[in-house]
Design a protein around this ligand. Structure first.
Ligand SMILES: *[C@@H]1O[C@H](CO)[C@@H](O)[C@H](O)[C@H]1NC(C)=O
Ligand SMILES: *[C@@H]1O[C@H](CO)[C@@H](O)[C@H](O)[C@H]1NC(C)=O
Ligand SMILES: *[C@@H]1O[C@H](CO)[C@@H](O)[C@H](O)[C@H]1NC(C)=O
Ligand SMILES: *[C@@H]1O[C@H](CO)[C@@H](O)[C@H](O)[C@H]1NC(C)=O
Ligand SMILES: *[C@@H]1O[C@H](CO)[C@@H](O)[C@H](O)[C@H]1NC(C)=O
Ligand SMILES: *[C@@H]1O[C@H](CO)[C@@H](O)[C@H](O)[C@H]1NC(C)=O
Ligand SMILES: *[C@@H]1O[C@H](CO)[C@@H](O)[C@H](O)[C@H]1NC(C)=O
Ligand SMILES: *[C@@H]1O[C@H](CO)[C@@H](O)[C@H](O)[C@H]1NC(C)=O
Length: 631
């Protein structure tokens, strides 16, 4: 009756084949070694070919079997190879030790099943080393605490044209465990599907004849003591600042029976686990591989890795998680895809890099076909300039013609360039009016997402109005993720292309400005008036700024509202800038306070952005440029 429950297992090959059992047995057994009855009981026992080492039969031992374990042992002890199938179902025995001498099973039409045996504590087929069956089930034996199948290491599919071997080991005792030896063997089987294996690892681990097991803790809190010549770790392998200097000793490790956790190190690459083949986290509720907050980590290689078995039943992502490492890892899909291959494609178990799935990393990557080669320049690429309008020394109100010099640098290289020049400088945090003018470009970019490949966009922001333009854009779209799709941003305090053609840009950034600076900016961006000198006008604007700063300086310490009053805090708190950022600045710049700028860059880094910067040292604000003449 139970067999009906397993009908899907039992009849599967019927679909595939014009399978002829008689023929199958004939090619593998002498006629006297074929046991036709299948069901072993007191009626059929005499017909069993006791003296054959290879027996052909679909051997079934079920609740109707009226033999003792001793009788079964005596009958089956010479059988080393079983050809056909094995079904042990609903029996009263505490193990299958009566098959302890069996070395191999080769399935024909049916499968290997040990199921629904309520009294069974272990399998105990200690000699079994090969199962050639596409489907193996040891499940719903609710008292079973161990397999005791230490030699099972070879498995091949029996189904024609199939490669996968599906192993189902679940519905057993809560205390059920797989020894490290059994697990090592199972994980070494090519094309094995262990998704339905549940349980823990048995402690203590089985000692090795050619290798060394090293103990470590169950938790992820303590750095693992890295010893020489460990080939297996029993427990978590935790690498953090306390032990990162010893990682080269991990070359010998082949298997980790616990999670791999790498945190807060200065490592640039995970290239020391060259012999690691298996990771199994049975019984753990953390991800099998977690690599977090290693800012310099930009590469890894696991050249020997064969299998990752996670504790896959608790519904959370317990596969592979990379967070806050070098941006490269979550930008290049090959890193994510590498792990995907090990975790399978079964829906929810997927690697995550900075919260992104491999698919979304891939999509982003594919949408930017130009980007990869763009690093070598000379390619089509759209750029938006958010332009500064004024310059401190002698020149205000830049029009597109003043900017031509800069756009030419890009157009000469084959980039498309859009310039936006906001008309006025203002002491308030800007509204969305300049952003409205940029939006068509951004929208074009957004629209082509998902369909045709798009040209990546870089914003080149000049001076304070550049910052204001970015804020305005952020306001007008109201889309905090918008910048996430941009290729990058260049914060350029003051353009001086002519001086440093290799760098292109000299000074930078979002920083808090001085009131006299703002005052002058306000003056310069407005028309002259007959009744007031420029100095007077600048002074008045400065006073307005002073008064304003006096009022808002206490407010600036209140994070929830500071962005309403200061462009610096607006861009800091409200704008999610592109992932790649480049800053140019100089310590010697008396116009631009450096600490807030450096704080800003640090914050961007902790937000997972890739920040490059260049400090020109003693150089004064636009010092280099004004010598040569500037724009
Ligand atoms: C043994 O199994 C055969 C085949 O299922 C059955 O016909 C026979 O009645 C069984 N004998 C006993 C004693 O249960
Ligand atoms: C199992 O299959 C493999 C690969 O087809 C074969 O080499 C091996 O002899 C088979 N073993 C048994 C016991 O059938
Ligand atoms: C197995 O694959 C071969 C070649 O592709 C094909 O001819 C054959 O029919 C397949 N057998 C089954 C049972 O699907
Ligand atoms: C590992 O720990 C277990 C107990 O948890 C102990 O029995 C075993 O001897 C330890 N092995 C080593 C190599 O320290
Ligand atoms: C990592 O780098 C930082 C900064 O360079 C340094 O202070 C720290 O000691 C380094 N940590 C280790 C474990 O080398
Ligand atoms: C990453 O590491 C692998 C293996 O060490 C190496 O082949 C590859 O070139 C590295 N990639 C980069 C971008 O450095
Ligand atoms: C936006 O701000 C500018 C000055 O910064 C002002 O001229 C314009 O009227 C404002 N637009 C709206 C819609 O408030
Ligand atoms: C990643 O970095 C951000 C910013 O510092 C931090 O808030 C977050 O907690 C980090 N994530 C993890 C998992 O540590």
């Amino acid at each position: 009756m139970w067999l009906w429950l397993f009908a899907p297992f039992l009849i599967r090959n019927v679909i595939a084949a014009n399978f002829d059992p008689t023929e199958f047995f004939k090619t593998r057994c002498e006629p006297k070694c074929v046991f036709e009855a299948s069901n072993l009981n007191s009626t059929t026992i005499d017909k069993f070919p006791k003296n054959c080492a290879t027996v052909c039969t679909d051997l079934a031992i079920d609740d109707k079997c009226d033999l003792t374990e001793e009788q079964l042992t005596a009958t089956l002890q010479n059988m080393k190879h079983l050809v056909g199938s094995l079904i042990v179902i609903s029996v009263k025995y505490t193990s299958v030790k009566f098959l302890a001498g069996l070395e191999s099973v080769e399935c024909g039409e049916l499968d290997f099943l040990i199921v629904l045996n309520n009294k069974m504590l272990e399998v105990g087929m200690t000699s079994l080393n090969t199962i050639n069956c596409s489907s193996i089930a040891i499940d719903n034996n609710k008292e079973m605490t161990k397999l005791n199948m230490p030699n099972l290491k070879y498995m091949y599919p029996s189904e024609v044209n199939k490669t996968e071997i599906k192993v189902r080991i679940d519905g057993l005792s809560k205390k059920f465990c797989v020894t490290t030896q059994e697990m090592y063997n199972l994980m070494g089987v090519p094309n094995i599907n262990l998704d339905s294996l549940e349980g823990m690892h048995c402690e203590p681990p089985v000692p090795l004849t050619n290798g060394k097991v090293c103990n470590s803790s169950y938790t992820l809190i303590y750095p693992t003591e890295i010893l020489d010549e460990c080939t297996q770790y029993f427990g978590s392998l935790v690498i953090n600042p306390a032990n990162e200097k010893d990682v080269s000793k991990l070359k010998s490790v082949e298997a980790i029976f616990g999670p791999l956790f790498i945190e807060k190190t200065n490592l640039t690459s995970i290239d020391f686990l060259t012999n690691l083949k298996f990771i199994s986290t049975l019984g753990y509720d953390t991800a099998a591989v977690q690599v977090i907050n290693n800012p310099f980590l930009s590469n890894f290689s696991f050249p020997s890795l064969k299998k990752i078995k996670t504790n896959s039943h608790n519904g959370v992502n317990d596969g592979v998680i990379f967070i806050n490492n070098s941006y490269t890892l979550s930008e290049d899909p090959s890193f994510c895809n590498f792990f995907w291959a090990f975790l399978g494609v079964d829906g929810w178990l997927y690697p995550e890099f900075d919260g992104k799935s491999c698919e979304s990393i891939q999509v982003r990557y594919d949408q930017q076909p130009v980007k990869r080669s763009a690093r070598s320049m000379g390619l089509e690429m759209m750029m938006i300039f958010v332009l500064s309008i004024f310059r401190w020394f002698g020149w205000a109100g830049a029009a597109p013609k003043n900017i031509e010099k800069y756009t030419k640098i890009y157009t000469d290289k084959g980039f498309h360039v859009a310039c936006i020049c906001p008309p006025l400088f203002h002491y308030k945090v800007p509204n969305g009016s300049s952003g409205d003018k940029m939006l068509p470009f951004i929208e074009k970019f957004e629209k082509s997402k998902g369909s045709a490949p798009v040209d990546p966009v870089i914003i080149h922001s000049f001076s304070m109005n550049g910052i204001r333009g970015i804020i305005s854009l952020a306001k007008t779209t109201g889309n905090p993720k918008l910048m996430d799709n941009l290729e990058g941003i260049i914060f350029d305090r003051f353009a001086c292309v002519s001086v440093c053609p290799d760098f292109l840009f000299c000074f930078s950034g979002p920083t808090r400005t001085f009131t006299h600076q703002n005052g002058k900016a306000l003056m310069l961006s407005r028309p002259k008036v007959g009744y007031l000198s420029d100095e007077k006008r600048a002074k008045i604007h400065e006073k307005v700024n002073d008064a304003r700063d006096f009022v808002i300086s206490p407010i600036s310490s209140i994070p929830s509202i500071r962005s309403k009053f200061s462009t610096y805090w607006y861009i800091h708190d409200k704008v999610q800038l592109p992932k790649r950022q480049l800053y140019f600045y100089s310590n010697g710049d008396s116009m631009v306070p450096i600490p807030p700028l450096e704080e800003f860059m640090e914050t961007q880094k902790t937000r997972g952005c890739h920040v490059d910067s260049y400090n020109f040292g003693k150089s004064e604000h636009v010092g280099l440029c004004s010598k040569i003449g500037g724009p």
